[in-house]
Design a protein around this ligand. Structure first.
Ligand SMILES: C[S@@+](CC[C@H](N)C(=O)[O-])C[C@H]1O[C@@H](n2cnc3c(N)ncnc32)[C@H](O)[C@@H]1O
Length: 412
């Protein structure tokens, strides 16, 4: 199996970014068509899960409103460098360099490998563009990617936070706080209110039919990402706005961050996709967007920065032997999207021999497991006749494993 397919197996969520760029073509966003062509997606394959043309239109409306408003807010921040985490396959690098900004694209390695050569060819000022493969839950990967940048950063996050578990969202917020502490600047994101934006858009445009079309959208996103919840403690719930808003603010405050909420309706430019809508639909849509906000998040100087959980991360290391049908693994550091393909490679090799009945994992030096790591462990478990046995796990790792139904723990 190739490295690319190993990466895809441990974290398929990157496929959602292909859907996003295909929707950008539907919305007429400049440059998106060339990217889709270079990705060999002219057939719009990622949109096939949304068979209904109106559902595609509703999604294109959400995507265009988000992309164009975010570009405006990033420019209005006044910061010279835009760090797009995650950058996906959008033409934002091209837009930013045309507007005299530096652009740093961060995403999972599988995305960066594919998007970087395409953008380098399309962007006029390719020297102002850089890309780095990271995992947003992996602080070392983020710090390494940004270490040579001078000056404050405008970090933008569109369409990522909802794919995380509570624990991962918390880790990513701590990581971004750490980056803002080191570099200064701000973090702009529509993600806390993404569900409100979807609900408001679909209700305004499709009225009574909106629920069925929203469900189709949700099923498509869940199918592509292999994530079932699409929500966590950073995401506001449309059914309980005041309480969930307070929860998100408290979460930011815990990390020494504060948010200013920018009204979407007031900052959204005119959209190309309006050509496909009637005047009443447009009026209702604009009104609905006045109830949504994008969040501009900065360090709260009045708060002491919490530093627990910010210890130096250990680099990933894996050792293994096979004895009497049991694969003995010893893991160090973090099992996440970046490191999980290495474990998958070992598993594939050992499993191909056909004699592995069980796995024992020494977790004494394992610091953290992300959803990608869990996804792989579940796959390994499915292919073993005995339960995986974990030993020496720290409290965090133990909690993550137990939440996912791994119960066999020793010596911890
Ligand atoms: C819905 S797409 C959004 C991409 C882009 N911002 C856009 O608006 O089209 C979700 C993106 O999140 C990225 N992603 C998911 N988990 C990630 C992680 N742990 N670290 C970095 N990027 C991640 C995926 O690779 C994918 O590109």
């Amino acid at each position: 199996m190739s490295v690319k397919s190993m990466q895809a197996r441990v974290n398929p969520v990157y496929l959602t970014a292909k859907t996003a760029v295909c929707l950008m073509v539907q919305a007429g966003i400049p440059g998106a068509d060339k990217i889709v062509h270079a990705l060999d997606l002219d057939n719009n394959a990622p949109l096939q899960d949304m068979a209904d043309a109106e559902t595609i239109l509703g999604n294109a409306l959400v995507v265009e409103a988000k992309y164009r408003t975010m570009c405006r807010l990033i420019e209005a921040s006044g910061y010279q460098t835009c760090v797009d985490l995650p950058c996906g396959y959008t033409p934002k690098a091209i837009h930013m360099t045309e507007h005299d900004r530096n652009f740093v694209g961060l995403d999972l390695p599988i995305v960066v490998k594919e998007v970087e050569p395409i953008i380098r060819q399309l962007a006029g000022h390719a020297e102002n563009v850089s890309f780095h493969g990271v995992d947003a839950t992996n602080r070392t990967s983020l710090k390494t990617a940004l270490h040579s940048l001078a000056g404050p950063l405008c970090i933008s996050t569109e369409g990522m936070m909802m794919y995380f578990s509570d624990d991962e969202a918390d880790t990513v917020i701590a990581n971004i706080q750490c980056l803002l502490g080191e570099h200064g600047g701000c973090w702009i994101t529509p993600d806390p209110e993404y569900a409100l934006q979807f609900w408001g858009t679909f209700r305004a445009v499709f009225g009574e039919e909106s629920l069925a079309k929203l469900m189709m959208t949700k099923n498509a996103a869940q199918g592509q990402s292999a994530v079932t919840a699409l929500g966590n403690s950073f995401i506001i719930e449309p059914t309980d706005i005041p309480a969930s808003q307070a929860r998100v603010e408290a979460l930011l405050a815990k990390h020494g961050l504060k948010a200013e909420k920018v009204n979407l309706g007031e900052h959204m430019p005119e959209l190309s996709v309006y050509k496909q809508l009637g005047p009443e639909q447009i009026a209702r849509f604009k009104e609905a967007m006045c109830h949504c906000h994008y969040w501009v998040i900065t360090l709260d100087e009045a708060k002491e920065i919490q530093t627990d959980g910010l210890m130096e991360e250990q680099p990933f290391e894996l050792q293994y032997t096979v004895k009497k049908g049991i694969l003995h693994l010893s893991l160090r550091g973090r099992l996440d999207t970046i490191s999980a393909p290495k474990l998958l490679m070992v598993w594939e090799e050992v499993h191909a021999g056909g004699s592995v009945e069980g796995v024992r994992i020494d977790c004494a030096r394992l610091e953290y497991i992300s959803s990608a790591g869990i996804r792989l462990l579940l796959e390994i478990q499915e292919n073993c006749s005995r339960h995986i046995v974990f030993s020496g796990a720290n409290a965090k790792v133990k909690e993550i494993l137990q939440q996912k139904g791994f119960e066999k723990m020793e010596g911890s």
